[in-house]
Design a protein around this ligand. Structure first.
Ligand SMILES: Nc1ncnc2c1ncn2[C@@H]1O[C@H](COP(=O)(O)OP(=O)(O)OP(=O)(O)O)[C@@H](O)[C@H]1O
Ligand SMILES: [Mg+2]
Length: 237
């Protein structure tokens, strides 16, 4: 059996006193798209923040590629090979699309590697190539989403955490976004996807977990999850 890329073992995370995550245990296999479903406030973003060391767990363990990363400072988690596209797709508005991408590669010392990765991102997003000199703040929501995803890819991460990439996008751009995530995964990057569009998410995922009240309520293959009560309760109640 292939060993897991990311293991989350009995993680408890709190912002002040009350625990938001109350013993989350799950594993992500390399090469797959794993989705994380759950109602608003169930702790999905908190789990991502816990992995990234932005809100370190108060108990439990997170293992990445066999190494304990629990509570490491965020820059060390990123250096280990985890990238994140945060909720809200933040771009640097006063910088051009290309400058935004370049910032994503700030730890890369080789100019040739930076150029090659940028070329790869422009192949993935031809529209960004055309608009590389445009200020990111003047780009459309969908184009800003591409900049944000592109910046996350500039470090060539092994694992990409994506938090609600289609929030606020038109149905057409949502569809485009899902296609892009699939393409990224086909290029060998493991993905943890948090999304509200349950049907489209299950359609591109290989497996998924459902969070409820800070715990994993159920998990399984997309076809199984699609008919589970826990999924219906989370989204269609
Ligand atoms: N910085 C914070 N300080 C205090 N409480 C917080 C903070 N961030 C989140 N919470 C609380 O933690 C709980 C889980 O929030 P979280 O953002 O992880 O949920 P989520 O599953 O990502 O929800 P959504 O689908 O709405 O994005 C919520 O009750 C939220 O109010
Ligand atoms: Mg969230």
């Amino acid at each position: 059996m292939m060993s897991d890329m990311l293991e989350i073992d009995d993680v408890y995370t709190a912002y002040d006193k009350a625990d938001v995550l109350e013993g989350v245990t799950l594993a992500i296999e390399p090469g797959r798209i794993t989705c994380l479903l759950g109602s608003n406030g169930s702790g999905k973003s908190t789990l991502i923040r816990s992995i990234l060391g932005l809100t370190p767990p108060r108990a439990g363990q997170i293992t990445f590629d066999g190494a304990d990363i629990t509570g490491l400072p965020t820059h060390k988690v990123i250096a280990a090979g985890i990238a994140c596209i945060p909720e809200g797709r933040k771009v640097f508005a006063k910088l051009t699309a290309e400058e935004n991408l370049r910032l994503g590669a700030y730890q890369e010392t080789s100019d040739a590697v930076t150029q090659e990765r940028m070329a790869e991102i422009y192949r993935l997003f031809p529209r960004l190539a055309e608009r590389r000199e445009q200020l990111a703040g003047t780009m459309s929501g969908g184009e800003q989403a591409m900049v944000s995803i592109g910046r996350g890819l500039m470090r060539a991460p092994k694992l990409l955490l994506i938090d609600e990439p289609s929030l606020g996008l038109s149905p057409l751009l949502v569809k485009e976004n899902f296609n892009i995530i699939r393409q990224i995964n086909e290029r060998g990057i493991t993905v943890l996807l948090v999304e509200q569009n349950v049907h489209q998410t299950l359609a591109i995922s290989h497996c998924g977990f459902v969070l409820s009240k800070g715990r994993v309520a159920t998990s399984g293959a997309p076809s199984e999850l699609a008919v589970r009560k826990e999924v219906r309760d989370a989204y269609f109640a």
